[in-house]
Design a protein around this ligand. Structure first.
Ligand code: PLP
Length: 266
């Protein structure tokens, strides 16, 4: 009988266009050889042109999904994507505590706030819940520069600012912070900065002049989560994630009349 692969859980929103959100997470888990599970937080109405609306899942249903899969199937690592509201974040934090996600089980918090088209995916009052309820439970948080500004007020314009932002974010209590440099548009490369309070690990990468980057943040966080589910340490998993996302951006394809998704198949 084939062996059971490592198991990863995404706590995230659905993208009806199949580019980002839990659809990107499941694709990435599969490509990384990991069994993927979902606790759906919201259902977005979305295509390649943007998000036109969404419905939130009741917080108790989100929590029940987490507990259902954790108590039967087991979770080797988990990640979050779109969480929509403070009430959902609080329910996720409580459920994760009950099943040891973020304690003995690695937990990646991707603080999704908006889509690349600027559509808000998190209520304004939920930022505080992210900082106080989820960051202290996180093994790793993976903000882009827009999320860094919302969470810390720091406007990142240089690699030095990225390091300052990493220090500020670590104060919220996660074990590691990855400040992604993709939105530092003047940088000819794309440098991500990983920090745990002791040393800054710099992860350089190429910057591709491509239009189709939908789902890139989700794909990176899922690739990292897949490796944490296999038992790798954070720097090793993040280095893998960086290589994975570079290849996935290079393999992105056009879709619809707007922005197409990155692809974990190359
Ligand atoms: N839709 C959902 C459900 C998401 O979770 C995300 C990002 O996490 C997005 C859309 C936005 O993706 P992007 O910024 O790559 O367009």
């Amino acid at each position: 009988m084939p062996a059971t692969p490592p198991k990863a859980l995404t706590i995230a929103g659905s993208d009806s266009g199949g580019g980002a959100g839990l659809q990107a997470d499941l694709r990435t888990f599969f490509a990384c050889g990991v069994h993927g599970m979902t606790a759906v937080t919201a259902v977005t109405v979305q295509n390649s042109l943007g998000v036109t609306g969404y419905a939130e899942i009741p917080p108790e249903t989100v929590a029940a999904q987490i507990e259902a899969v954790a108590t039967d199937i087991g979770v080797d690592a988990a990640k979050t994507g779109m969480l929509a509201s403070a009430a959902i974040i609080e329910a996720v934090a409580d459920a994760c505590d009950r099943v040891h996600i973020g304690r003995t089980i690695p937990f990646v918090v991707d603080p999704v706030a908006a889509s690349m088209h600027g559509n808000q995916l998190l209520r304004d009052d939920a930022l505080d819940a992210l900082r106080t309820e989820l960051f202290p439970r996180a093994t790793l948080v993976t903000p882009n520069l827009d999320e860094v500004r919302l969470l810390t007020g720091i406007e990142v314009r240089s690699h030095d600012d990225q390091r300052k932002a990493a220090e500020a974010l670590l104060e919220f209590g996660s074990k590691w912070v990855l400040v992604k440099g993709g939105h530092l548009w003047d940088d000819p490369g794309c440098l991500d900065v990983l920090y745990d309070g002791s040393e800054f690990i710099e992860l350089p990468g190429p910057r591709y002049d491509v239009k189709h980057t939908h789902g890139s943040g989700d794909t990176l966080a899922s690739a990292i989560t897949s490796r944490l589910a296999r038992g790798e340490d954070v720097p090793t998993a993040v280095r893998f994630g960086k290589e994975f996302i570079v290849k996935s951006v290079a393999a992105a394809y056009p879709l619809g009349g707007g922005v197409g998704p990155v692809s974990p198949l190359w």
